[in-house]
Design a protein around this ligand. Sequence first.
Ligand SMILES: *Cc1c(COP(=O)(O)O)cnc(C)c1O
Length: 479
Amino acid sequence: MNYDQARYGDDERNEPLLSEKRAAEVDPGEGSALPDELTRDSLELPAPSEPELARHYTRLSQMNWSVDSGPYPLGSCTMKYNPTFTETVAADPNAAVHPDRDPETVQGTLELLYGLQEYLADIGGMDAVTLQPPAGAAGEFTGITVAKAYHERNGNDRSEVIVPASAHGTNFATAAMAGYDVVELPSGEDGRVDVEALEAAVSDDTAALMLTNPNTVGLFERDIVEIADIVHRAGGLLYYDGANLNALLGRARPGDMGFDIMHYNVHKTFATPHGGGGPGAGPVGVVSELAEFLPRPRVREADDGDYELFDPARSIGKVHGFAGNWLVLVKAYAYIHRLGDEGLLDASAKAVLNANYLAERVAFDVPYGPFHHEFAATAGDRDAADVAKAMLDYGVHPPTTKWPEMVPEAMLTEPTEAESRASLDDLAAAFNAAAADSEGALADAPRKTAARRIDQTSAARDPRLSWHALADAGSTADE
Ligand SMILES: *Cc1c(COP(=O)(O)O)cnc(C)c1O
């Protein structure tokens, strides 16, 4: 039980906004150099003391769930603990380099970026890598834009991208944003790509097939070589969504399976922080035929051994400032470097072992298998969302619910390689306690969290993310 639970018991808790706590009038003074329409007469700023401020943010953090407080088996998202040594490395004052510096004066920076490009190319079986995209989804958009540039360069006007029904929502969004018609591919009975359906779906219009392997229920696409053949024979490209790469690290490479383009979710595979809207990275790797289309600039080693920036010949342009989110890339590099080949092999082994260990211990059915680093259990005749809410009361974060849709009332569970056996046992106990709860108890959960059930539709469609927005909506503390 955390501080807030002790303090507030079972009641919903609400931490007032700073602006509601104590506001101070700030006198703007006379004679601003700014034009009148850009100035205001008064400004109400919160004026908490230091202890008030520290407690405010500490309380907010306790109202939330974090991977620092317990396991977070949110399937597909790979919410694993980030070792703090990567933070220490990134916080080194020498790592704070202005991106406009002359390359000759930042050789160490460029060497690290180059080293990360090489690591990622090696891990993925790709020939060239850009570090510029700021997230996995941005990597997808970059990769599909590269595919488009490639087809256009070859005088090929292709209009469709094929996406399996079980794919992550970002795949559909990427294809549509890049200007393609999305062709949805139904899953086969075994939960994998239906090869016959794929044969029927490909045509002269196929620009690419986007696939993740293992797929979003953790199943390895055993027919991947045949799938690659089908797509390539039709003149299309095969895109790898790297979200599940931690299942394969050191064991199998997308490039060897026939993939032409991939993104790396460094926050899922290499333990950099999940962005949460902050800086992130989603590097993209491609086979050699596509390297000339990658975003600019990239880093290379010149003949004299120096590192330099260069613009690929037919670059699609920039997808982010400079070389990408540098300090995130430092953390990814540090993690890969410290783990080394053996550590990466160990990570994939534990990711798969942990998922299989946990699945054996939960009281819910797991309809498909054998799976790798994650599994989709079904809540059966229960509502998966109710089970998830109950799990919060048992002290763990719940799995992803109701997705992918091929598993009814799915609970997509990914414990990650970072959890110990004891913590997997805690997770299983939480699943099983929720499984044993009555319908009524489930419907009433959660009882011990800061907020009970929120209005998810409004939260998604009408988010109020600042106190200005709250004030405008007339929602204040006294309501
Ligand atoms: C997380 C995820 C993405 C999107 O990646 P972000 O880095 O979160 O933008 C894409 N596909 C799958 C399968 C994912 O799990």
